[in-house]
Ligand binder design. Structure first.
Ligand SMILES: [Zn+2]
Ligand SMILES: [Zn+2]
Length: 431
């Protein structure tokens, strides 16, 4: 086994050529897990490029080592303001442990925007941990200049991302005095809200349940993967379901209801016996489905379904064609499986699609979306209001025919829900 210094020395000399730092990190985790912290801290002071094994080391650290490590990186004054690795570590902290920035919120504000030793692009997620005294202080300052580039504006944007509804609305009104400004709606969506009759409406929940795949699904998902990724699938807390998961759900197969576009049977994504337990308000069972052949290819925007009292979907009338179209590609349904839904440790409630980089499980019900692109909540075809996020499914799901389902070129699918109209929407994004 190589120790932390040897892993970094070798990587500095030869990079990835005939060298497998990812395997070395996984070995280190097995034999000396606390040494991952040493590896990450040493890496901060070196100029390393494409060092994705450092991100993996961060992901794989236990919670107490992680918290201690990000705290040290945040507190350490750095001469080299542009350490990519320090920026990446603080990016992950903004998602996984934003409390690390307390009580230096003013410093975070300056660091993030000036590029001096702060997170490089995820700082918006950190503001959800901001304390009440700082909030009140910054709210009082909203009367100042909010022009582009001003400190007042930076604070207002931070308040918009604070996840405190009263504060969010106040900051929005100061930033966008004209309520019909389209930019206001888009900023608000990015923060996970919409306005309804002047009040704030949350477009997603805070506590996701991760999908724990069946043994057969896992076997197929791992089959084509490199060894390091198989190793991570077996050890990362977002992939491993506890002995007693919160609830179960059914994935895959087809329904008797037909796609409104190609008239082939709909593909089941997830049937939830108790969607309310997963934070999807329904009051009854709910079955999410789509047409994998048509969604994203044969229609612009989302596909919509109405759900009956039992939760079964039928194509929404606005997307029902009289004559079937012929899809360019006829997709096999997802592999039928019983899956677990479980609560991963709090550190994994917020996840970023780019930052996860294939290491974390992003398939989850409820919680905040991990957008591939910018926030996009479709409007319910019945009431016209923006729909809430209910679920997201990442690429790589095994199909019944042995294939591996990718959303576009390897993106993520988002399922939306309007509880008042009992309408679901399906939309995927890819790079
Ligand atoms: Zn179809
Ligand atoms: Zn509706």
């Amino acid at each position: 086994m190589k120790n932390a210094t040897e892993i970094l020395d070798t990587y500095e000399q030869v990079g990835w050529k005939n060298n497998d730092p990812m395997a070395q990190v996984l070995q280190l985790r097995r034999d000396a897990p606390h040494a991952l912290a040493e590896l990450v801290l040493q890496a901060v002071d070196r100029q390393l490029e494409s060092a994705t094994f450092i991100d993996a080391a961060l992901d794989l650290m236990d919670d107490s080592d992680y918290i201690a490590t990000v705290a040290r990186v945040w507190r350490q004054p750095r001469q080299d303001a542009d350490s990519d690795i320090a920026g990446a570590i603080l990016d992950s902290a903004a998602l996984q442990h934003p409390d690390v920035f307390a009580p230096d919120w003013e410093r975070l504000l300056m660091a993030a925007h000036a590029g001096h030793g702060g997170p490089s692009y995820q700082e918006d997620h950190a503001w959800r941990a901001i304390d009440r005294a700082t909030l009140d202080d910054w709210l009082a300052g909203l009367e100042q200049d909010l022009s582009e580039g001003s400190v007042g504006r930076k604070r207002a944007i931070a308040l918009l991302r604070s996840r405190r509804p009263d504060v969010v609305l106040h900051a929005l009104q100061r930033l966008f005095p004209d309520p019909s400004d389209a930019e206001a709606a888009s900023w608000l969506h990015q923060a996970g809200y919409a306005t309804r009759a002047g009040a704030l409406h949350a477009l997603h929940g805070e506590r996701p349940l991760h999908i724990g795949f069946s043994a057969e699904q896992r076997k197929r998902m791992q089959a084509e993967q490199p060894a390091w990724r198989r190793d991570i699938y077996k050890s990362h807390p977002t992939w491993i379901s506890p002995e007693k998961p919160t609830t179960h759900a059914r994935m895959g197969g087809v329904l008797s209801a037909l796609c409104g576009l190609c008239h082939a049977p709909l593909h089941r994504l997830l049937a939830l016996a108790d969607p309310d337990a997963a934070g999807v308000p329904s009051g009854a069972a709910l079955e999410f489905a789509t047409c994998l052949s048509c969604q994203g290819w044969e229609a612009d925007g989302a596909l919509f379904y109405r759900h009956d009292g039992q939760g079964l979907p039928t194509t929404h009338p606005v997307q029902q064609r009289d004559a079937p179209l012929t899809p360019d590609y006829v997709a096999s349904p997802l592999l039928e499986a019983q899956v677990d839904l479980f609560q991963a440790p709090a550190r994994w409630r917020w996840q970023d699609w780019g930052e996860s980089n294939g290491r974390q499980n992003l398939s989850r019900v409820g919680g905040a979306p991990s957008w591939v692109q910018s926030a996009d909540y479709p409007e319910c075809p019945d009431c016209g209001r923006h729909m809430d996020l209910a679920m997201q499914l990442d690429s790589g799901l095994p199909q019944a025919d042995g294939g591996e389902w990718l959303w576009g070129s390897g993106g993520c699918n988002y399922t939306f829900w309007c509880k008042d109209c009992r309408v679901s929407g399906q939309l995927w994004q890819c790079t």
